[in-house]
Write a protein that binds this ligand. Sequence first.
Ligand SMILES: [Zn+2]
Length: 293
Amino acid sequence: MHIELFDTQGLGGLTLLGTTFAFVFSLLVGSFLNVVIHRLPLMMEHEWQAMAAGDEYNEEDANGSSFNLATPASRCPHCQHRIRWYENIPLISYMALLGKCSACSAPISVRYPVVELLTALISTFVISHFGYNSVGFSLVALSWALIALTFIDIDHQLLPDRITLPLIWLGLILNSFTLFTTLESALWGAVIGYLSLWSIYWLFKLMTGKEGMGYGDFKLLAALGAWCGIEQLPLIILVSSVVGILLAMVLMLLRKHQIANPLPFGPYLAIAGWIAIIWGRPITEAYLQLFRF
Ligand SMILES: [Zn+2]
């Protein structure tokens, strides 16, 4: 597959209607991603508690009401005011409500419109760059998963298996049709992606007795390897480390972060993986050009 650094044909041949549809639809998806980011870790916590207590897990709590991605309806965390459909329109409701709950005026986290807008901008970029085809759709799905993982990791220092493992399988399946790379490159990308961080983890643990990252990070890099192929792994590790170190330095200068606290690595891997699958090939080619005489 041939990917150009900049699309030379405008919006990938998309009409204004096609672009607008991508933007509005992905705003709605962004709204759903907010639910996933908020509820998936809570659902996992309920499961773990049930397992620890030796109970069989079902989605119902003690009152018999279920808790999953669809139910119960969203409420204001401050006053339990039930959020009505017209208060739940992406971006627009937040602006109309001036960022406050309509019942108790408690501020609504700016995180919600930020995730919605980010999802819409990234999805629209991908679709206008690649078009309405298998590559465009796959990359949009990958972007959604990476956005959810990024914010869950920021909140909980956790990358749920329920997102990372299907992402590994999906990458391998798509590349069995050579969508982004060969199946062989995808398979070894997944294996080496997992093992490289796993080795660093154990080396660091044996040397310092500390845990620098979690198993979720290995699975996320395995997924990115399965999507991008083994050739892109060095770029992903390089970009994520540079971004991570720069941000840690900025935070330390601002004295907002102690070096002893581990920063979540997932967001940097997600950003680097996204850059690698969209621009990896031209970046690698430009880099190799430097060493050619
Ligand atoms: Zn309220």
